[in-house]
Design a protein around this ligand. Structure first.
Ligand SMILES: Nc1ncnc2c1ncn2[C@@H]1O[C@H](COP(=O)(O)OP(=O)(O)OP(=O)(O)O)[C@@H](O)[C@H]1O
Ligand SMILES: [Mg+2]
Length: 250
């Protein structure tokens, strides 16, 4: 897979921060910075203020867990950081790039180059094989087919499922499906991985395997991970745990 530093958003500061994280040295630079972020949804005329004046800094190379009661705004916050949605007020800067000023199309392009997604219910395409599912994000790139297939297999190897490459999701266990989803999340070599309750549908043993894998992606591949979870055992694996309540960090 290509080096993350080839992404257009990389800066000298990030490179220095990566080095610091990998060598266990000085505190890493800020990768994700939210300033006075507000998010309000509208249902007809009714406004639902979900996030209020949120200030938040996440360091490069961190493994962050976001906890909090149902409806507290965790997924909303995660989606803003991932560029899936835009703020109502305030700004989000990632590697110094201001997501809140981008058009939807610009954000989609930024997202495809910088973020890998892991969902509670895996979101795999049922008619495609594991390898084809993993290859999907690469269809947005100009890579030739042979290279795409090679990278998909490399990503499946990282999650220990290379020998299941030709299996369809219904031929895999829940834990294996989530590992395929993780391979799909890393195949473009994104800087950030967002995971919304990645172990929510899994038994303890499979959940622990997924968490091991996330720790490995963080420690060995230097991915910055933001994970929403209700599972205290999952949060324990993170380097930083934050709690959200009624749209505010507590
Ligand atoms: N697209 C939307 N339109 C209107 N309201 C929304 C929308 N998305 C979320 N909300 C509301 O925003 C609030 C926060 O939702 P969010 O999904 O961020 O919570 P959460 O902390 O992830 O909860 P859970 O733990 O149940 O997943 C809820 O009151 C929800 O109803
Ligand atoms: Mg949620």
């Amino acid at each position: 897979m290509s080096d993350a530093s080839t992404t257009p958003t990389s800066t000298a500061a990030n490179t220095a921060a990566n080095t610091a994280v990998k060598s266990g040295g000085a505190a890493a630079a800020t990768l994700i910075r939210l300033s006075q972020v507000g998010k309000t949804y509208y249902r007809g005329k009714e406004a639902v203020e979900v996030l209020k004046n949120l200030d938040l800094e996440m360091p490069d190379g961190a493994f962050e867990a976001l906890m909090g009661p149902s409806g507290s705004g965790k997924s909303t916050l995660l989606n803003l950081i991932a560029g899936l949605d835009n703020v109502t007020s305030g700004s989000i800067q990632i590697s110094g790039v201001d997501l809140s000023r981008m058009s939807e199309g610009e954000r989609a392009k930024w997202r495809s180059q910088n973020v890998g997604f892991i969902f509670q219910t895996y979101n795999l395409m049922p008619v495609l094989t594991a390898a084809e599912n993993v290859e999907l994000p690469l269809l947005l790139t100009s890579l030739p087919s042979a290279e795409r297939k090679k990278r998909a297999l490399t990503a499946l190897r990282v999650v220990g499922l290379e020998e299941r490459a030709s299996h369809r999701p219904d031929q895999l266990s829940g834990g294996q499906q989530q590992r395929v989803a993780i391979a799909r999340a890393i195949v473009t070599d994104p800087k950030i991985i967002v995971a919304d309750e990645p172990t929510g549908d899994l038994d303890r043993a499979s959940a622990d395997q997924i968490l091991e894998l996330l720790v490995k992606l963080n420690k060995e591949l230097g991915k910055t991970i933001v994970m929403v979870t209700h599972d205290p055992a999952a949060a324990e694996r993170a380097s930083i745990v934050r709690r959200l309540d009624k749209g505010q960090l507590t």
